[in-house]
Design a protein around this ligand. Sequence first.
Ligand SMILES: [Zn+2]
Ligand SMILES: [Zn+2]
Length: 340
Amino acid sequence: MRGVVMYKAGDVRVEDRDVPKIIEPTDAVVRLTATCICGSDLWPYRGVEPADHTAMGHEYAGVVEEAGSDVKSVKVGDFVVGSFVISDNTCEICRSGYQSGCVHREFVAQTVGTQAEKARIPHADGTLVATPGQPDPELIPSLLAASDVLGTGWYGAVAAGAGPGKTVAVVGDGAVGLMAILAAQQLGAERIIAMSRHPERQELAKFYGATDIVEERGDEGVAKIKELTGGLGAHSVVEAVGTQESTMQAINSTRPGGHLGFVGVNYDVTIQGIELFFAGIHVEGGPAPVRRFLPDLIQLIWDRKIDPGKVFDLTLPLDEAAEGYKAMDERRATKVLLTL
Ligand SMILES: [Zn+2]
Ligand SMILES: [Zn+2]
């Protein structure tokens, strides 16, 4: 079967990979309907993470082609969406809603590689969620978004305590930041401030519910947030970038007693303990427990209450994955959908 392989940083190829098969009775093999390239795939592409003939991809939606003998919640022929983290959904960590910290967790990016025609998904019962029926083709991008960026943005907004009466600030206008705006709006936030300086992304931010746009960054961005919130800072801040500047901007934009949800993968960020100490804020983040939110997110998409699929602004056939990586690396695209 065809699949994306990153030979080394900057060198992406589509070639024949082994056809996945059931290994454990809890596995399922999914024939992918669509897959995509993630902002985090740019880390190995840019050499920040190692890449050595690595099978790429961790976001996926498709049809169950084969199910192991112990799989009960999904069956052959079901259309399924799965989290980018494998989980059993039964251990104590999973039952508390933190499936991305499951005692059996595996990162799909490291052990599966879903930029391919098929994928073997371990712990299928705990990782996959079936849709109510076969989806209309127009719903596929949105269902695919639920696999990571929607689930991650949603978690960021939940971790930030977004809700009625709250002012939410979102640092980052990539796919996850835009999905955090969508989530804040759905969770009933009163005011949503998008921090963005790209005109097209500002438009999408407004489409998803942003009420204010702040173009300033760093300390100037913090000052602007304070200005918009009577000098107090936002109740809820989502950090969806992961750089030193964006992280400090997020911490300093949060009012004392407020909540910061951080979901940007943050290499090389150093936070002085004393800065966190005097900020006096609640901080929660990490790889999102997408599985917690998947049933609700699928239903919202199914009922056409949300349209997260709009974050895909470039669609290419799987065979042109290399161009997709290039377009995202050069910021010509926010997020690339790969068709099969
Ligand atoms: Zn991703
Ligand atoms: Zn678990």
